[in-house]
Design a protein around this ligand. Structure first.
Ligand SMILES: [Zn+2]
Length: 239
């Protein structure tokens, strides 16, 4: 493996990770090929309408996803990104489309979880946030201690605005490198970040099992598993 780039401590690196890096740890995510997420139609478990129609089913689904987190571990790709963040100190931002906690557990600190996170939920009325570990998951639909309304998973569903869009744009404007990892290039708005990065004059890189749809916007592309490519790539970047 080789790279054209050597990353200096003064550089600012922005990373975007998608389902591919979690899949290597054994987490199944929504596949748009068949419209199912762990055998559930996405409109039932990943839309505001689905939650209104059957909050118990939706909570059951996310409780299972939450419980699955204790059965999986970060992989070498997650650890390599934490190592890169350590090297760059503050000059780093990790955007993820994933809702698991694997980046955090691998030691990443500056994470923008644009699609929310499984270990958080919030009140549908007063918006108070709760950590899922503080919630009684034996209750079908947990309710807010402050106002009594239903809580919902802190997941950005289809039809909802992703989190941190301003922070993401700000990071991309500051960046010298932008690297997408494990994303198909099909999920918007994340797929557009490559376009923005190119328009801001940022060097773009990609790592994925297959060539993503927006391959033409990636200057240096590495084909392979992120758990195998990233540890080597990060070593080359910083040594
Ligand atoms: Zn409330």
């Amino acid at each position: 493996m080789k790279t054209n780039y050597h990353i200096k401590k003064e550089d600012f690196v922005v990373i975007l990770t998608g389902a591919g890096i979690s899949a290597e740890s054994g987490i199944k995510t929504f596949r748009d090929s068949d419209g199912l997420w762990e055998n559930h139609p996405v409109e039932k478990v990943a839309t505001p309408e689905g939650f209104r129609a059957d909050p118990k089913l939706v909570w059951q689904f996310y409780k299972e996803r939450y419980n699955q987190l204790s059965e999986v571990e970060p992989n070498p790709g997650h650890y390599a990104l934490a190592e890169l963040e350590d090297y760059l100190q503050g000059n780093f931002s990790l955007i993820t489309q994933n809702v698991d906690d694997l980046h955090r557990r691998a030691g990443s600190k500056k994470i923008l979880e644009m699609h929310g996170q499984l270990n958080s939920c919030f009140c549908t009325r007063c918006k108070k946030h709760y950590s899922v570990k503080d919630i009684d998951l034996n209750i079908d639909v947990p309710s807010c201690i402050a106002c009594g309304a239903d809580l919902r998973p802190d997941i950005v569903w289809f039809g909802e605005m992703p989190y941190f869009m301003d922070e993401i744009d700000e990071a991309l404007r500051k960046a010298t490198y932008f690297m997408t990892i494990g994303t198909s290039g099909q999920v918007y708005p994340a797929a557009q970040f490559l376009l923005f990065a190119r328009s801001y004059g940022v060097k773009t890189l990609g790592v994925n099992l297959t060539e993503p749809e927006n391959r033409s916007f990636i200057e240096e592309f590495h084909l392979g598993k992120s758990g195998e490519v990233l540890p080597k790539l990060v070593k080359l970047f910083i040594n």
